[in-house]
Design a binder for this molecule. Structure first.
Ligand code: UDP
Ligand code: MG
Length: 136
């Protein structure tokens, strides 16, 4: 049986700043994802703090939220069979140094903080994150 899912992806400021958004979107399409919703926005730090609330006790939380709100981002709803896991695979490891060849973070990531892309880590969180950006 097929299991079509949706997941949330964010092209982060380091990649948008380098005009990589179209290349990254092409990578998604070439890997069988449909981009069903998309918008380019800049968020407030307070919104980033909400979005990354699960990380609020981590030492990198403040810098992470400052960074995500530092410039334009492209948020997208991606759809594909088993999209959540497929997207995590295509993104690669959190630290681009550890990311496998052919992944977005290997290709474009600069460092663990400037790692070019966000993707939901579970079906449950995908629903929450899609609502965060696209509830209207
Ligand atoms: N991050 C960081 N330093 C760390 C770990 C994570 O700056 O030591 C940032 C990084 O940008 C990462 C985000 O925090 O993408 C969220 O961390 P998570 O562990 O959820 O990684 P992801 O799900 O993005 O791979
Ligand atoms: Mg995560």
């Amino acid at each position: 049986m097929n299991n079509i899912e949706q997941t949330l992806s964010i092209i982060k400021p380091d990649a948008v700043e380098r005009n990589l958004d179209n290349e990254i979107k092409e990578m998604f399409r070439n890997n069988g994802f449909s981009i069903v919703k998309e918008k380019k926005i800049q968020i407030e730090k307070s919104e980033a703090e909400n979005f990354y609330k699960v990380h609020e006790t981590k030492p990198f939380y403040n810098d992470l939220c400052a960074y995500l709100s530092s410039g334009p981002i492209v948020t997208m709803v991606l759809e594909k069979e088993n999209a959540v896991l497929a997207n995590r695979k295509l993104m690669g490891a959190t630290n681009p140094k550890d990311a496998e060849e052919g992944t977005i973070r290997k290709k474009y990531g600069i460092s663990i903080d400037k790692n070019s892309i966000h993707g939901s880590d579970s079906v449950e969180n995908a629903k929450i994150e899609i609502d965060f950006f696209f509830k209207d």
